[in-house]
Design a protein. Structure first.
Lengths: 161, 323
């Protein structure tokens, strides 16, 4: 039980990578289906729809980044884990990772929905590609907010004894 | 699952661009003759290059639609509601064929546009093996055949089958999770009931006939409609004025084809929001209905051209387009 703090800290890192990554995987898959549907009849649209398909993939990258930062702070990356991490500190790590995990998942799914709609828009109006990028990109804002908060919180957690 | 139809809807979006738009319909109407109209259609990818006759080309177009949808949807039963009318058309043809002991292959609708193979229906009716038919068709097939054999009344036989078809379409619509399919079921039955009531009223049919012919639906009270139709045409208009079909009265007064056009336009108006839905089966259902509407419209234009109708007269009959 003395290592419970480290357990919660690693759980936080794992959740950031896991939940945000799962959201991105589902989102990129959704947009990929729409992209494949468009490319079936309009192969020349490949480049445009590929960019739209990739947009919901960023949350997974942000989740991975948070997991790296958390594990680095815990000394796991250098092979010297902070075994004495207190329960309070461990829970603080978990809490710091949650914004990225939860907002990452939700924003990835919603960004995917916007991307699917934008892919339909591009298939009908290829000249509107620039505008179609903006709609799903708006959702990215909230994933970036969550990333920012998680990073700031992780940096603050280090100060806890 | 929102993901289920994403690929299919994206494919449909591509196909929607190939639907005939209002300006193309207008150019068809304005074409100097049927050959010019056929050329415009060929330029828009209509026909299969083999069937140069109008019926062959339209059949090929309908088959293209269903082949495309079958490619996208693993379980086609969700769209059976659109095909039941063809099944019951084949049943009517099979009943008449058996009663009159004559074969008419051309009247049967082919396998791609039905839920039950036409040959199976023909065989079942001919051999009186009604158990071979789907459960919903067994009783009505026997009843319609008996009615035709015993009374020789082809109209009664047709009415029994038409009503059974409408009941099945409505039930299938109600079972669906999709708003478009539910709306299709309801509107199909209601418009058929209104047409039947008007026709029966003009032919001075009695209340008993109307009760046998009208299929119940949610947007009409068939008892009130039957009562009104058994009284007078004004009573029918008065009844319709109290329903959601009040706007149709002016069209019904013009002609049956004007009312049919009103119904088709209403359907297009109701399905049009599906152009913007990316996740449900709605855009697929809307595409099927849009194609059916388009084919019906083209058939009407070509028929008008063949019969040398004036451009104005044809234009009056043209339906609204989905795109």
């Amino acid at each position: 039980m003395s290592n419970l703090g480290l357990f919660f800290a690693i759980l936080g890192a794992a959740l950031a990578a896991l939940i945000a990554g799962a959201g991105s995987a589902r989102g990129v898959g959704m947009a990929g289906q729409a992209a494949a549907g468009v490319v079936t009849d309009q192969p020349d649209m490949f480049g445009r729809v590929l960019i739209l398909q990739l947009l919901p993939g960023t949350q997974g990258i942000y989740g991975l980044l948070i997991a790296f930062v958390a594990m680095n702070n815990l000394g796991i990356m250098s092979g010297n884990p902070e075994v004495s991490c207190s329960l309070l500190k461990g829970l603080a790590y978990l809490g710091a990772c949650l914004p990225m995990a939860i907002v990452g998942y939700i924003s990835a799914i919603n960004q995917a929905k916007a991307a699917v709609a934008s892919i339909a828009l591009v298939s009908k109006r290829p000249d509107q590609f620039g505008k179609s990028m903006l709609f799903p990109a708006m959702v990215e804002t909230y994933a970036i907010f969550a990333l920012l908060i998680s990073i700031l919180a992780l940096n603050g957690v280090g100060a806890i004894g | 699952m929102p993901e289920e139809y994403i690929y299919a809807v994206a494919r449909v979006r591509g196909k929607e661009q190939k639907l005939l738009s209002a300006p193309v319909m207008d150019s068809l109407v304005s074409a100097p003759g049927v050959n010019e109209a056929l050329r415009i259609l060929a330029d828009h990818g209509w026909g299969d290059g083999e069937n140069t006759e109008i019926d062959g080309m339209l059949t090929a177009e309908r088959e293209k639609t269903w082949a495309f949808i079958k490619e996208l949807v693993p379980d086609m039963s969700v769209f059976d509601v659109f095909l039941y009318a063809n099944d019951y058309h084949n049943l009517k043809a099979a009943v008449k064929e058996t009663a009159r002991m004559e074969t008419q292959d051309s009247v049967f609708i082919g396998r791609n546009e039905t839920t039950v193979d036409a040959e199976l229906i023909r065989r079942a009716v001919r051999d009186r093996d009604f158990g071979a038919l789907p459960e919903e068709m067994q009783e009505i097939a026997k009843e319609a055949l008996d009615a035709l054999l015993h009374t020789g009344d082809g109209q009664m036989s047709d009415i029994l089958i038409d009503r059974a078809a409408l009941v099945r379409i409505l039930e299938a619509g109600k079972r669906s999770d999709n708003e478009i399919i539910r709306m299709y079921g309801e509107l199909t039955v209601a418009s058929a009931d209104i047409k039947t009531a008007i026709r029966a009223c003009l032919m001075k049919k009695d209340r008993a006939f109307l009760e046998r012919a009208l299929a119940p639906c949610d947007s009409l009270d068939v008892n009130d409609l039957a009562q009104a139709a058994s009284e007078s045409i004004d009573a029918v208009y008065e009844y319709l004025d109290r329903t959601t079909y009040a706007d149709a009265i002016s069209e019904i007064r013009k002609s049956p084809s004007a009312f049919e056009r009103w119904c088709d336009n209403l359907m297009i108006e109701k399905i049009r929001p599906e152009i913007h839905h990316p996740f449900t089966i709605g855009p697929l259902a809307a595409y099927i209905l849009a194609r059916e509407n388009e084919i019906k419209c083209v058939r009407m234009i070509l028929s008008g051209k063949t019969n040398d109708l004036s451009v104005e007269s044809i234009r009056e009959r043209v339906r609204e387009t989905y795109v």
